[in-house]
Design a protein around this ligand. Sequence first.
Ligand code: HEC
Ligand code: HEC
Ligand code: HEC
Ligand code: HEC
Ligand code: HEC
Length: 452
Amino acid sequence: MKRALFIAVPIAIAAGWLSSCSGQPIAKTYDLTREQLQNPESCKSCHENHYNEWSGSMHAYASDDPIFRALNKKMLRDTSGANPTFCVQCHAPVAVREGATKDGNNLDQLPVSMRGVTCYFCHSVDAVLGTHNNPLQLASDGKMRAAISDPTENKAHPSAYSTLHDRDDVESAKLCGACHDIVSPLGAHVERTYSEWQSSLFANPQLGKQLACGKCHTEGRSDVAANAPGVGLRTVHDHKMAGVDVALTPFAQSTEQHAAVQVNLNTTITTKMCVRPGRLGTNVEITIDNGFVGHGWPSGAMPDRRAWLEVDASLLGATTFSSGKVAAAQSVKDVQTSDWLVLGDSDYTTDKKLTHRLWEIASYDSSQLSVPVTSDPQDPRFYHSITKVYEVVGDVDKVTMAVHIRPVDFDVVDELIASGDLGAAIRDKIQTFTLQNTVLEWTSSKGFGCVK
Ligand code: HEC
Ligand code: HEC
Ligand code: HEC
Ligand code: HEC
Ligand code: HEC
């Protein structure tokens, strides 16, 4: 318990009015000042698990991420600071709203309460005023909002129930979606997780399968929501919110985050591989399907992200065909050929040059796996899988396949190293994940047919 926290002079927060004997309302006071409420360290003593899970999350890392820092610097230079808070409005939202940063160049000097997507930011939201680029409105009443409708009174802060925070209410997708959807300064819809979800089966009230973001991304478990007097067991929610990205520099809980990302990815997509006699010798037909993700896959930071399929066919131990082979430190973009199955976006400037710099993207093509939009197999939009046939010359006795993903690929990093915005040491930290249930092997001993 950090005693110092509670010695600070309590201030009245305009919430939780109590009646005095004379009938005049008097403000109930709470221990945490506004400044302390903004500091995640103030929550740790009572919400230790929430704090620990969050502290390793990409939300906590959002303004420490060296690739973010480097890209932000480059953006400010390339655009002569035309739209200086474009990046930090989501990556350090409290700092922007408090006027603590004008452009994200001083993030190092800012206290932890101003960095990343903090407890205070999410838990103060009381309205969503749009669908992209963080139009979230924060209340100034100091109430911490979530989905507990009968919160135990505590001395630190007032509490309140909010539909925007209740994963059992589809409304709550608006809160997450407001940041997980980016329209570039040139009007291109570069990150579309929210709009992908909105178009899906999971957002459609008619189909009875509605699932808000939190249903999949904040798993529930039975525990106390706070280590404080009078608190009983409830369903509490995982704050790791692991996706595909991990910290590239020493950071809290990085082993746990890495493990959570791998576990999620292992069952993200389903695959089938069929090997049959073909025109040139052997046909390898591979289907990858996005049946379970609540949006396209991959999603989010599409300009930087690559997923791809690796296939290898061999006879008597010698490879006769391969596609999607990427060396450990090579970027997919640099080595891919037209027969590869790559899932990602290609982004273009106004004069149709390839770019991944958010601030100059004017249009894009996407080859991501789409999201299920209907549960009716008769509807042509039912299909959310991709099937690819590889025509292999001659006989084979073994075929292997796997799907890999890199949260950020080397082409992005190399450009930043070359421009002097990023240290070269980061190259060794770039991660490649393999989705375990896509690792399949067919051997001729099984006879022609399919493996799953
Ligand atoms: C002195 C202990 C204490 C501290 C410090 C504290 N909380 Fe709480 N908080 C509680 C208790 C007790 C509850 C109610 C839990 C219950 O009823 O199960 C709660 C509930 C909450 C809720 C749920 C509100 C609802 O109605 O759904 C949120 C969100 C929350 N706290 C956020 C925070 C944040 C953010 C911080 C740090 C700025 C913080 N708390 C600091 C004790 C504390
Ligand atoms: C990205 C937004 C976000 C951030 C950041 C965040 N939370 Fe939450 N938190 C939520 C949402 C959404 C819920 C409600 C989940 C539900 O019940 O559907 C929640 C629920 C809670 C609850 C209620 C108990 C529970 O698990 O449902 C507490 C307490 C809490 N958060 C504390 C914290 C603390 C402390 C931090 C920072 C260390 C933090 N949160 C950071 C979004 C966030
Ligand atoms: C204030 C804006 C904001 C809000 C609100 C927000 N996020 Fe995020 N989220 C971010 C940012 C920024 C990152 C990435 C930080 C980084 O990697 O540098 C992120 C990262 C993530 C990731 C990891 C992505 C990856 O590729 O690994 C997941 C999953 C996620 N958020 C889910 C949620 C969910 C669920 C909610 C709602 C409960 C939510 N977010 C609300 C801004 C936000
Ligand atoms: C039906 C379950 C489901 C729903 C609903 C859902 N997601 Fe996801 N999401 C997944 C799965 C599965 C993955 C892939 C595994 C992973 O990366 O953790 C994923 C991945 C992500 C990622 C990482 C990006 C990537 O390339 O994989 C982000 C960010 C994210 N989701 C945000 C959201 C937001 C925001 C919403 C709501 C608008 C949402 N999700 C709704 C299941 C869901
Ligand atoms: C509307 C809110 C928003 C804005 C504006 C925004 N981001 Fe993000 N950023 C996110 C979210 C949400 C994620 C997590 C998505 C994911 O990883 O799937 C993210 C992830 C990232 C990542 C980590 C993943 C990766 O691709 O490396 C970097 C770096 C990043 N953003 C840089 C930037 C830069 C630079 C800018 C400004 C040019 C910017 N962002 C503007 C919300 C935003």
